[in-house]
Design a protein around this ligand. Structure first.
Ligand code: NAI
Length: 345
């Protein structure tokens, strides 16, 4: 049996992963706690650890896992900005789930957009209270508006199709434009200037951190709607708050937040939220926050479990070769050994 410490377990993880337990030869140690320097000890004696978006997999944690003999860190998500993959190189292999349901995330983005601009969140609360007034519920048509998409990967492309379905004009920015895709690529500056709606679908890197900041918001159209279902760090939340308060930003829909790690995924009702900035954002009538929920569909959970189990099995069965392994050479054609179907190290 492959012993796997499963950190940050939620109730919805257990059924999807347990169904593969016997046939896959993986024995899970389901732990509610997140992986941190203090909790890494719980992985002692395990062959693998399975982690999610808000587990800490920094240099210190990697060193500890290596010392405990952990061979593989299996991310049950796509993004890996919480993992120091450079530190992991040569010590512990890192695998991820590159795509589990890009539709889930793109559709959630659309749900947030429609909820926000048609004031559904307000109408829902009103009619439950038998308040049938329409005052303050005026929205606007999406048809004919311009959507600016940052990151035209799997999720960005699906969201672009949804926008086109509404009759929107779509423009995009990507560091690596898709040749021959017919997508109208523009510079970031032009995207900020022309878009009525801006949606973020690029990864969080040193380059993209606070991509949406004070200067970017200054360039945007008055009333712009900003959607972020990617990673919180893409937005300087303080600058966003100022933009909203100045009535420059018309609305913001956030499924992610830079400081979400100790807040999202938990029931904090009945507590006073210590994060002043998040409290202020949530208090605004034109801000909708969901707590990193965009991925949460039955199809996605099934795909996450299937791919994660496949990744772990592939690693132990194929002499450490796993198609979904990540290392800091990824994307660098010269150095990427995985591209040559070899193990990363
Ligand atoms: P992907 O890898 O298919 O696409 C990412 C795109 O961003 C690529 O086209 C890439 O060229 C582009 N890109 C990279 N660096 C860039 C830069 N500096 N500026 C502009 N574009 C850049 O990824 P996918 O599957 O579409 O996911 C996008 C993001 O969505 C992920 O990075 C992840 O953070 C987030 N995500 C959020 C989830 C949620 O539940 N809220 C669930 C899954 C993913």
């Amino acid at each position: 049996m492959i012993k796997t410490a499963f950190f940050d377990t939620k109730s919805y993880d257990i059924p999807s992963f347990s169904q593969y337990s016997v046939q896959s030869g993986i024995e899970y140690k389901f732990l509610e706690t997140k992986l941190t320097e203090d909790t890494a000890e719980l992985a002692r004696g395990c062959d693998a650890v399975c982690v999610f978006v808000n587990d800490t997999v920094n240099a210190a944690v990697i060193d500890k896992l290596y010392e405990y003999g952990v061979k593989i860190i299996a991310l049950r998500c796509a993004g890996y900005n919480n993992v120091d993959i450079r530190r992991a190189y040569g010590k512990v292999h890192v695998v991820h789930v590159p795509a589990y349901s890009p539709y889930a995330v793109a559709e959630h983005t659309a749900a947030l957009l429609l909820t926000s601009i048609r004031r559904i969140h307000k109408a829902y609360n009103r009619t439950r209270d038998f308040n049938f007034s329409l005052n303050g519920l005026t929205g606007f048509d999406l048809h004919g508006k311009t959507a600016g998409i940052i990151g035209t990967g799997k999720i960005g492309c699906i969201f672009m199709d949804i926008c086109r379905g509404f009759g929107m004009n779509v423009i995009a920015y990507d560091l690596f434009p898709r040749e021959g895709s017919g997508i109208e690529y523009v510079s970031l500056q032009e995207l900020f200037e022309r878009s009525d709606i801006i949606s973020l679908h690029c990864p969080l890197t040193e380059e993209t951190r606070h991509l949406i900041n004070e200067q970017a918001i200054e360039k945007m159209k008055k009333g712009v709607v900003i959607l972020n279902t990617s990673r919180g760090g893409l937005i300087d939340a303080e600058a966003l708050l100022q933009g909203l308060r100045a009535r420059k930003v018309g609305a913001a829909c956030l499924d992610v937040y830079e400081e979400e790690a100790d807040i999202f995924f938990e029931d904090r009702s009945g507590h006073i939220l210590d994060d002043e900035l998040l409290s202020r954002l949530i208090s605004l009538p034109n801000v909708i926050v969901t707590s990193h929920q965009a991925f949460l569909t039955e199809e996605a959970l099934q795909n996450i479990a299937e791919t994660t189990v496949g990744n772990i099995r592939s690693f132990f069965d194929n002499d450490g070769i796993c198609q979904n392994e990540l290392c800091y050479h990824c994307g660098n054609i010269q150095e990427c050994r995985k591209a040559r179907k070899e193990r990363c190290f």
